[in-house]
Design a protein around this ligand. Structure first.
Ligand code: AMP
Length: 238
């Protein structure tokens, strides 16, 4: 097991991680951060909870020089994930003057338009990013870092065409990183099409045992389905 100090991160970054209470890199971080810092494209098999956000944001935060233009785009399937990733990037970049905003549908677009005129990093959902491209309120020609987060969910939700349209607008001279909990043929197809000589990284899926609850029911075989329906209807938990 390596330490954060061995992955090539700068001193200020390391001090910030320490201040945030992060001490030992997760497996995806240990494998991804050195490659990401070296500018490599990455296809990562990693689920939520693996620490993938820090893995891909490390290179963005280390290398970006703030200039108020969109230099990094992180696409997520949902607005909740966009908010979560935006918060994490802000947390990991406290030592720098980078601006990060979350851009998704269902909220006032004019505020986003104002924010987009002076931000370095955009975390957004495909539909709203495409909307901004059509309105010409976002420019992606200076994007140096492109991340597709939870690609499998993005494809499941039918975002493939939107994602392709967005990628076509991004600068071609960029670093591209894709992360997905499952590696499917359609994910690989998309990844190969939009990355250059990408390094493929897979890690063991990680379960946070503190969040896991196991329940035991003693049943007859023919009662299983009705219990399942009952539990789903009760709708407790995820
Ligand atoms: P993610 O998989 O990126 O959504 O991260 C899941 C959670 O793990 C977040 O709350 C992170 O702040 C936290 N986290 C990320 N990296 C580490 C680490 N190396 N040690 C402890 N917690 C971490």
């Amino acid at each position: 097991m390596k330490k954060f100090e061995e992955l090539g991160l700068g001193q200020e970054f390391l001090e910030n991680l320490k201040a945030e209470g992060l001490e030992i890199p997760s497996e995806i971080q240990e494998k991804t951060i050195p490659l990401a810092l070296a500018g490599r494209d990455i296809i990562g098999g990693a689920a939520t909870g693996s620490g993938k956000t820090l893995a891909f944001s490390s290179a963005i935060i280390e290398h970006l020089v703030p200039n108020g233009k969109v230099q990094a785009l992180i696409l997520t399937p949902t607005r909740e994930l966009a908010d979560q990733v935006c918060d994490a990037v802000e947390q990991f970049s406290k030592h720098k003057e980078l601006r990060t905003i979350a851009v998704y549908g269902g909220v006032d677009i004019n505020r986003q338009i104002r924010q987009l005129s002076h931000t370095d990093i955009v975390v957004g959902t495909p539909g709203r990013i495409l909307d901004h491209l059509n309105r010409r309120t976002i420019r992606l020609n200076l994007v140096k870092f492109l991340v597709l987060d939870e690609v499998d969910r993005m494809l499941d939700m039918g975002f493939l065409r939107d994602v392709e349209k967005i990628l076509a607008q991004c600068a071609t001279d960029r670093q591209t990183m894709l992360f997905s909990a499952t590696i499917s043929p359609s994910m690989i197809h998309l990844a190969k099409k939009h990355t250059k000589n990408a390094e493929e990284i897979a890690v063991q899926s990680y379960v946070d045992h503190s969040k896991l609850k196991q329940v035991y029911y003693d049943l007859e075989n023919d009662e299983k389905m009705s219990l399942l329906i009952h539990l789903l209807q009760k709708g407790e938990g995820g």
